[in-house]
Design a protein around this ligand. Structure first.
Ligand SMILES: C[S@@+](CC[C@H](N)C(=O)[O-])C[C@H]1O[C@@H](n2cnc3c(N)ncnc32)[C@H](O)[C@@H]1O
Length: 255
């Protein structure tokens, strides 16, 4: 993505008094109650004792909801928040500072093969991602998952929630059913978040995000596709923790 026309400290200052408002708009945009359920499923499924000093990455963290949910369940956790977007990272950092939650913040682009050089070389217990990997192309996702595998300690886990579609024979009927369900995502909520964020920072942040490339995974991957991606990266124990109309939550352990 393009970089903003103002520097980080100015960006931080322009949203400083509005981070709670932006976070509320983000929650609505990300699906409200469904998002909360996803965060709970991920943080409750981590197979480590709750007093552990959990070394964690929230990958594609956005404003950091997933990292904070994990830190809520593991009070001694050390979370590295990673995202390419300086505005979302700024919300994340400021919300965490208000909550006195320690963390490190890395502006890294996962589509850059050297992204993981900005982090410790290995030894993580948990790497988690919510709705972030599908922004990559399949080849980039393979590279990132191989990096995730390398970064994890033995016994460490990768937990991720991503959009998923049914296998082809079941898709038409499933999509008909889905069309009758209340939608998780609404265009109005997307506009409300990004419109407010852009008006606060004083430039069109949406334009910096660029066009959604057709080559990215998007919402075309099946649950089996996500499982195979994890297995191809070396993960031996892989399970589906949740599947609903919009997506899937996968847990994978490095044995
Ligand atoms: C739908 S948001 C989800 C954010 C957050 N995980 C959450 O659940 O609220 C997708 C996130 O992926 C990030 N992202 C997309 N492509 C990325 C890339 N190539 N490198 C790093 N982050 C990326 C976006 O900036 C955004 O924060």
């Amino acid at each position: 993505m393009e970089q903003p026309p103002i520097d980080q400290s100015e960006l931080d200052a322009r949203i400083r008094d509005h981070t709670e408002e932006l976070l509320r708009l983000w929650w609505a945009e990300q699906g409200g109650a469904a998002k909360d359920r996803d965060l709970q499923i991920v943080s409750c499924s981590i197979p480590f004792p709750q007093q552990r000093v959990l070394r964690t990455i929230d990958l594609g963290c956005g404003p950091g909801d997933l990292g904070r949910a994990i830190a809520g369940a593991y009070p001694a956790a050390r979370v590295d928040f990673v995202d390419r977007d300086p505005l979302l990272l700024s919300i994340c950092r400021q919300v965490n500072q208000h909550a006195a939650l320690p963390g490190t913040y890395r502006q890294l682009d996962l589509s850059d093969e050297s992204w993981s050089q900005g982090l410790r070389a290995h030894g993580y217990d948990v790497i988690a991602a919510a709705n972030a990997i599908h922004w990559l192309t399949p080849m980039q996702a393979e590279t990132v998952l191989a990096d995730v595998y390398r970064l994890l300690d033995h016994g460490g886990v990768f937990l991720f929630a991503e959009p998923a579609v049914p296998e082809a024979p079941f898709a038409p009927g499933f999509e008909k059913w889905k069309a009758r369900q209340p939608p998780r995502y609404e265009a109005e909520n997307w506009k409300a978040f990004w419109g407010r964020a852009s008006s606060l920072v004083g430039y069109d942040h949406i334009r910096l995000l660029g066009a959604r490339a057709d080559s990215r995974i998007g919402d075309r991957m099946t649950a089996r596709g996500w499982i195979e991606l994890a297995k191809a990266s070396g993960f031996q124990t892989v399970d589906v923790l949740w599947r609903d109309a919009d997506g899937v939550i996968i847990a994978a352990q490095k044995n």
